[in-house]
Design a protein around this ligand. Structure first.
Ligand code: HEC
Length: 203
């Protein structure tokens, strides 16, 4: 093989590798018209919210009592990859997720994908929430829409390269993200397992 041909082969291999990497890391989402917020049950949502433990990460560090329902974010999580900060998920349209529609929420919870198509870091335990039933997510959404808004701005994560490239998480998800309910909920035992492995994210 001449040097020129070898270089051409190498070029093709690099491009093919880049294309394969891009395809393998692509975010998956639900179709836009597949869910509707209509009919979400706020009272059921309150229970799901309590079991899901959203407060433990998304409330302000020093929040007490009713203030825990203000999901302003800011709590730091120090990990081997860097420090993540829980974002504001209150209904504020600018600082929080008030401008989202229900499809954005389902994509975040079930696919770990943001409205702009980026992967979320698994510091957000969506690998558990992915196993929740969509109807439970719709109830949760209905409840969260009614919580108080906070204008607190998000803190950027302090994560070094290569973990700072969110696209790479697509590969990790192929190994660790298994959306779809844990079991068909029929008897109490199955309900318990569902609550532990899904919304309870005990693992
Ligand atoms: C163990 C801590 C933890 C728990 C528990 C948790 N989250 Fe989060 N959440 C995070 C972190 C950290 C992020 C940021 C992820 C990122 O930026 O990639 C996040 C991101 C989010 C986002 C995306 C926000 C945005 O601005 O893009 C939503 C929505 C969300 N969480 C909802 C929830 C809900 C609902 C619950 C409860 C059912 C919950 N989270 C429980 C840590 C947590």
């Amino acid at each position: 093989m001449t040097g020129g041909v070898r270089r051409a082969f190498l070029g093709v291999a690099v491009v093919a590798g880049a294309v394969a990497g891009w395809v393998l890391t692509a975010p998956e989402t639900v179709p836009d018209n597949s869910v509707s917020a209509v009919g979400g049950d706020v009272e059921r949502g309150r229970t799901i919210f309590a079991i899901g433990g959203c407060v433990s990460c998304h409330a302000a560090d020093d929040a007490k009592g009713e203030r825990k329902l203000v999901l302003s974010g800011g709590r730091p999580f120090v990990t081997a990859f860097g420090t993540f900060y829980a974002p504001n998920i209150s209904p504020d349209p600018d600082a929080g997720i008030g401008a989202w529609d229900v499809v954005d929420f389902v994509n975040a919870m079930k696919h770990g994908v943001s409205p702009d198509g980026s992967h979320y870091y698994p510091a957000f335990p969506y690998t558990s929430y992915a196993r929740m039933k969509t109807e439970d997510l719709l109830d949760l959404w209905a409840y969260m829409r009614a919580l108080p808004a906070s204008g607190q701005a998000n803190s950027p994560h302090a994560v070094g390269f290569p973990f700072s490239v969110r696209r790479g998480l697509g590969l990790w998800k192929r190994l660790y993200l298994d959306p779809g309910p844990v079991v068909e909920v029929g008897v109490d035992l199955e309900r318990g397992r569902y609550l532990v492995e899904g919304p309870g994210h005990c693992g």
